[in-house]
Design a protein around this ligand. Structure first.
Ligand code: COA
Length: 260
């Protein structure tokens, strides 16, 4: 029996999706892209899931890139379709209605960094290395890397990473704003789960409103973005969670958010 491409479990509202090809450093072949697409669609639809953690199996890699062996034989049309397949899945992750944390436990290269950048937050082990090494293969990023890296950390760092292909340390990725936090490798899982638990107990509709403000509002001009935020802010007054959160503050107790 072959091992499943993903290991998925759910505890206390946190769904963990672990890419499970450790012998290939969790490289993204077409089957893994499709499995991830289905897993994220399921996490989105399941009201019991309030936050998602994405990581890679094994001690070495988050994801070491798109599957080079699979790409080697592709025609131009197949190459475009492979890119569209990955891009579609990653856009789903980015636009998920609940927060997604990338737990970067090792190499996040090429498609691995692209996948991590679609997640809303990134926590990296101090041993992790990230980069866009496609140039070394006579390629460029194909799952949105050139665009997302540019938006995360600007032209200088994007061009440095993509033109040289050289990986950088987690610490440098933190300085460049590519990851949110770096923690000792031995503490990565515990720290990530602590953050995931915090997000899983936050008000789901407010989390969703905030994700939309960045995903949608962040791609408009400032006037439209501010209008969008005001509209989302107003929408919060229709939620039970907003009444609960403000009442709990006034009554000096902890709020219990139901996502209504
Ligand atoms: N696609 C397909 N297979 C990959 C892969 C990828 N992106 N990255 C690693 N692998 C495979 C290797 O081919 C090897 O398989 P094998 O044991 O059947 O030969 C296995 O994973 C282990 O990798 P290996 O290179 O032996 O590990 P390492 O510790 O010596 O080096 C890396 C680790 C990450 C530096 C190296 O694997 C690497 O450079 N990978 C490619 C990174 C890349 O270019 N990504 C962008 C792709 S667009």
């Amino acid at each position: 029996m072959t091992a499943p491409l993903l290991q998925i479990d759910t505890a206390h509202g946190v769904r963990t999706i672990r890419i499970n090809r450790p012998d290939k450093l969790n490289a993204l072949n077409a089957a893994t892209l499709d499995a991830l697409d289905a897993a994220f669609a399921d996490a989105d639809a399941d009201a019991a899931v309030r936050a998602v953690v994405l990581t890679g199996a094994g001690p070495k890699a988050f994801v070491a890139g798109a599957d080079i062996a699979e790409m080697n034989g592709l025609t131009p049309v197949q190459g475009r379709d492979f890119s569209l397949r990955g891009t579609r899945m990653m856009r789903r992750v980015e636009k998920l209605s609940k927060p997604v944390i990338a737990m970067v436990n090792g190499f996040a290269l090429g498609g691995g960094l692209e996948l991590a950048m679609c997640c809303h937050l990134r926590i990296a082990a101090d041993t992790a290395k990230v980069g866009q090494p496609e140039i070394n293969l006579g390629l460029i990023p194909g799952f949105g890397g050139s665009q997302r890296l540019l938006r995360l950390c600007g032209r200088a760092a994007t061009l440095e990473l993509c033109l040289t292909g050289a990986p950088i340390t987690a610490e440098r990725a933190l300085q460049l704003g590519i990851v949110n936090r770096v923690v000792p490798a031995a503490e990565l899982e515990a720290e990530t789960m602590k953050l995931a638990a915090q997000l899983a107990s936050a008000a789901p509709l407010a989390l969703r409103g905030m994700l939309d403000c960045v995903n949608i509002g962040g791609e408009c001009g400032i006037e439209e973005g501010l209008e969008y935020e005001s509209a989302q802010f107003g929408l919060m007054f229709a939620t039970e969670d907003m009444r609960e959160g403000t009442s709990a503050f006034l009554e000096k107790r902890k709020p219990a958010f139901a996502g209504k």
